[in-house]
Ligand binder design. Structure first.
Ligand SMILES: Cc1cc2nc3c(=O)[nH]c(=O)nc-3n(C[C@H](O)[C@H](O)[C@H](O)COP(=O)(O)O)c2cc1C
Length: 128
């Protein structure tokens, strides 16, 4: 039962030495890519990190969480603020099939278009 699986779920912070295959990595990326987002804007980018120097920078940025150094591969999911730029967000709305009046309403509404609310609010909406 799904609830039983959810009860067994836990955060894992130490890892085996086994290298993750490209096939498995691609499946994980594909699962992330398919996550739902508002009007399917997909305001994210996934960055695959294997480079030790970059891991060291992330370790510091994370408040020195040791699991960052212990991971063989890290997938950083970062907010894509450019997704809300008029040319990008407008194209997504156009593709969604909404009529022009609704598209214009969304683009010009601070409640629905985070880019009208400044960087901090836009970031919050993008990562939530
Ligand atoms: C928004 C959010 C941020 C989190 N940030 C961290 C983090 O920076 N480092 C970490 O080790 N765990 C982080 N966690 C995991 C939680 O600490 C963890 O889910 C919680 O302690 C419950 O433990 P469990 O996942 O094993 O059930 C985060 C969880 C959430 C939902």
């Amino acid at each position: 039962m799904l609830l039983e699986e959810i009860k067994k779920r836990k955060s894992v912070r130490s890892y085996s030495e086994e290298k993750i295959s490209d096939k498995t990595l691609n499946e994980i990326l594909e699962a992330g890519r398919l996550a739902p987002s508002w009007v399917n804007v997909q305001p994210w980018k996934f960055i695959v990190i294997r480079d030790e120097k970059t891991k060291e920078l992330l370790f510091k940025a994370s408040g020195e969480q040791k699991q960052v150094l212990g991971a063989n591969v890290i997938i950083a999911c970062v907010a894509d603020m450019e997704a809300w730029e008029k040319k990008n967000f407008g194209a997504v709305l156009e593709k969604s099939g909404k009529n022009q009046m609704v598209q214009d309403y969304i683009l010009n509404s601070p409640t629905l278009n985070p880019s009208l609310l400044g960087n901090v609010e836009m970031l919050t909406r993008t990562i939530e």
